[in-house]
Design a protein around this ligand. Sequence first.
Ligand code: ATR
Length: 276
Amino acid sequence: MKKIYGVIGDPIAHSMSPAIHNDAFDQEQMDAVYHHFHVTPECLQDAVKGMKAIGVSGFNVTIPHKTAIIPLLDEVDELAQAIGAVNTVVYRDGRYIGYNTDGKGFYKALAEEVSGDLASKKTLIIGAGGAARAIYFTLVKEGVKQVDIANRTKERAETLISECPYEKQSTALTMLEAEANIMAYDLIIQTTSIGMSPKVDDTPLDVTAIKASAVVSDIIYNPLKTKILMEAEQNGAKTQNGLGMFVNQAALAFQIWTGVMPDTSRMEQIVLNKLG
Ligand code: ATR
């Protein structure tokens, strides 16, 4: 029988997930289909019950449900529990189990880009919201211990550091403090919405003093090159946009559901075609 997968969110109409997952099911010759489902917050509980009742095999969870879904699941993986957000749910033996592949997707994409030992890199995360939380906790859990966090509201960066349950050496900074010490970092990770289309001239901080050997990664992929990435490149640094994170979080979800790792370069091409 055809298996059903999907993504729940509000809004959801513009999600690129159906295109990449349906292509991956075709490629792997699996009898499965992936839909997008518009689920409002008031309907979340009924939606989860309904999906279980009709046997939906797995689904992605996006804004605004990543945290609210946790108490509605039968089990939540340790990292997702620590992050406090689930983006992937799988049906196993009558139970819905939640995972978070956002941070891992980011980490996988980053590891492909960075040469040498990731764990020894002195890292700066810009931003302290939900995306920063998934990335920070995953990096630290994977062994990257020296991770500072710069945020417009420094207290939020302090809270994030204090809530991270894994061993780390982290300092909370203002944007100005981070900018003054920017040459110290091997890796700079931009997790805010600053620079996202249509406000493409915005940038969170000045990177003109970065090391030429630094890698600057932005989780935004529209535009493909944000202002901070352009400025980092002008200073000789290597850059990475958010396409790799998006594609790898999807690929890791697909792997949780099917046991098969799909072709991420095909997924990337589909997203690029949709972006135009
Ligand atoms: P997400 O889940 O996408 O990370 P979020 O939880 O709302 O979204 O977090 C947004 C992040 O972007 C925060 O770090 C926020 O800074 P504050 O904590 O100070 O609000 C940051 N951010 C968003 N817009 C910003 C702006 N115009 N200038 C500086 N920081 C901004």
